[in-house]
Design a protein around this ligand. Sequence first.
Ligand code: PEP
Ligand code: MG
Length: 720
Amino acid sequence: MRLPHGEGLVGLAATTGQPVVTARAREHPQYKYFPETGEERFDSFMAVPMIVQGATIGVLAVQTIEPREFDSNEVEIFRTCAQLIAPVVINAQLLALVETSDEEASQAAAEREALEGRASDREEQNIEHRGIPTSRGIAIGTIYRLETPLDLERLHYTPNSDPEREVQELMDAIGEARRVLDGMREKLGSKFGLDLAAVFQTHIQILEDKGFVTKLRKEALATGNALAALTNVIGTYRKTFQRMSDPYFRERVTDIEDVGQRVMESLLGERHHTTPLSEGAIVVASNLLPGMFARLEIEKIAAIVSEHGGPTSHGAIFARTLEVPAVTGIPGIQAAVRSGETAIVDGGEGLIILSPDEGLLYEYRRAQQRYTVSIEHLDALRDRPAETRDGRAIRLTANVGLVSDLRLVDQHGADGVGLFRTEMLAFAHRGFPGEEEQAELYEHVAKSMAPRLVTIRTLDLGGDKEMPNVGMRLEDNPQLGCRSIRLSLANQGIFKAQLRAIYRASAAGNVRLMLPMITSIDEVRSAKALIAEAIQDLERAGIPYDKNVPVGLMIEVPAAAITADALARECDFFSIGTNDLTQYTLAVDRGNENVAHIYDPLHPAVLALIDASVRAASRANIPISVCGEMSSNPLAVPLLVGLGIQELSSTPSAVPLVKEIIRELDFGDLEVDAREAQKAGTAAAVHQIGAARLRDAGLLEHPDIGPWLRTLVDKVFPSR
Ligand code: PEP
Ligand code: MG
């Protein structure tokens, strides 16, 4: 049956984006009877919208025969169900959305041929192409152009004479691909953590999609060629997805192509497997696909460069985790390179240089060596204590977002996790995982870090971290909108599931729970009431947990810093999120490059708020840390320590650097610096105080970090 948008109770839920709940549906003014449904047997009705990226993509409804009231808890649970189901629905809808257009395909092929002609003729050197910096590091190697097997012209395939047999071969290939995916999910899960392996679930879902399989079947019958059927069907899906204006949906092309390649490999068997990689290969691909890491010999890859894919795609997450330098988003790069030519990739700069001359190679080899040696050298010193020369100990912890990052915590010698960003799980999953999966992941983190502390922050989505299917709506001003703790409090079902998962993990290690973006005591009390309910749920179910999990607040908005005394009475610790604190204090969007020059955590106003928070924490006798990027900033570290901060949580690779700085300083001097900095009228003056301290401590002569610190200090004192 069909009903127009806005009609009936389901339509009401769709247009308002709100649940519709009634014990007697027929008495509702908006009720409309549709005989096709046979709904006259039912009385009570509850409908909740399924929302993805602010758009209602469907409505989930439940009815009962007996009239009954639905309480707020039931509505909340039902909303959570709808949010969890929404991505499955959107996947299915996307898969069903396919139409054909051949014109675009032939145009793309012509463009590609023209570019390839140019690449093979050229004699130029030092050809630079810039894209999106996706994973840091420098690589020098030989280009390996990863052909897309979906490009039929490059393959030789002889179909059977009987179309039915072609259909069967294709179905067998799908079954085989499914088995490979299952195996890969398991293999990656045990190697890098379940969160990364979850990516393959999306691919399995595509292979199981009825519409997809039916289309393949029909096309194979029509063409009598399994390979052509696969290429055509994947091609139509690709075109449909690429036409979508929303980048989230456009990125789904990656998943479809990865699945297509996998089926094709199964179909073609051993005969057509890609040629083996040579050592130190710079892989130039159409897209940075997660499957590449499993399929290619990862230890031979020096870097990856791709035409498509964004920095938050699954492939990008994999590249960073595996520390493979990567650049994405260079259209036409596959046609512009020649297989076997030398190239330099600078992942941090988002740069690839083709056929570099000797001078450039020499320069980059040195940069590469410096980078590697200093990292190795510092890592070798990881067991030294982080203590100032006059004996003030500072705890150095790490910010992580994926289970696989934990090995970096050990490698760089961090003393536990000061910030576990749980929203990263949601990105890796393309949705937020359920309670069981979360509990398993958090338990793993707690166990592997024990007895070190792990600070798990509840979901912090919104603002610049857009995420579909967790009840987020598109807002005009998302940084000031329903983000972070506000979103959690508005989606209590999801929030409570996360709280239970965190408490379940507390039995396995040393866990702290942290609430982001707190602006008022009311929010803290509401969150704590839900924590109490989550604990009760565990008690009732007889699930063990730690009764003394410290509950802390993030100081990320001026309101929290200014009322820190009152907030301190409500919690067990503070952690200052200077990324947001700077944004909200200086009214500068942290993601807007047009105002980036005003964004400065060393502004005296930000320091004053940090100072107020430290003092409040000290009066309440609770610990306080800093977990924004400021704790990785060499100019800021002396001032933060001087202000009384005793825990700095930073990017894992920055931990050794921060430690070296702290070990060369005297706390007594830093206290004086911090007082002076607060009196300074400008951020520039504060930079000078920090820079002068590094210089006076002799840190510019440090063999590993000296060169970098010198460039920072030179910017502060340009005339030196
Ligand atoms: C911060 O705001 O400083 C912080 C640590 O949180 P995030 O960067 O994840 O917003
Ligand atoms: Mg923040």
